[in-house]
Write a new protein. Sequence first.
Length: 265
Amino acid sequence: MNLSILKKVCIAVALVAYLPVNALAWGQTGHRIVGQVADYYLTAKARKAIKAILGGETVAMASNWPDFIKSDTAYNYLGSWHYVNIPGGLDQNGVFHFLDTDTEANVYNKIPEQIAILKNKQSTADQKRMAIRLLIHFVGDLNQPMHTARKDDLGGNKINVTWFGQKSNLHRVWDEGLIEYQQLSYTEYAAAINHPSKEQFNQWSHDSLKQSVYESYLTCNKIYDKTKADDKLSYRYNFDFVATLNEALLKGGIRLAAMLNQIYA
């Protein structure tokens, strides 16, 4: 390889390393936490049906496929399916109206599509495998608050902050920074947070998809209120938001289990 080609390769690699991550909710660990929590609440019937689709692939491990597949440009059309951009300043009715009238392909309207594929007896094995992987991932996405954020800042990707002295952005802090700071494996993390009250479990298991979006949106608004561009985030931010983070992950797992159990009731 001559010197000029080598320089171009190095530049390309450097540019890729600094590209913003636009739709990588929770990162690998977060998605696996949601999947691991969901697995705990699956009915025997749902567990059997899922195993028939995924084989030896667990719900937790299947959760990251939609992010891994971004390496294949044939799946670029999935990009906007990971989030829903919602304007600020809306009340519950405003959010519900927005969801009813928004025609863009987004996480809110793509979740029911995956459920329909899984319920359809005519769906092929490949269609079901893709649908269940997408569903597992998208429910995790929906419960990452910055995936119900603003279009103008790319869900917080354009809000630059530092995380323990390292350059980052608001979206990445919620995708990975806060979770990785806890220094737990996904199985340890799931076990640590999987203690909902009876009331919480019953409520989250029966929340509508709209209600789930709205709650995530409310959390997103609190994050925007408490985090500004160029903020230096570290110990205090973790202290202020770790309970919110853990609840969002737990909600995601319980809501995912409820959907899967309903599909295979």
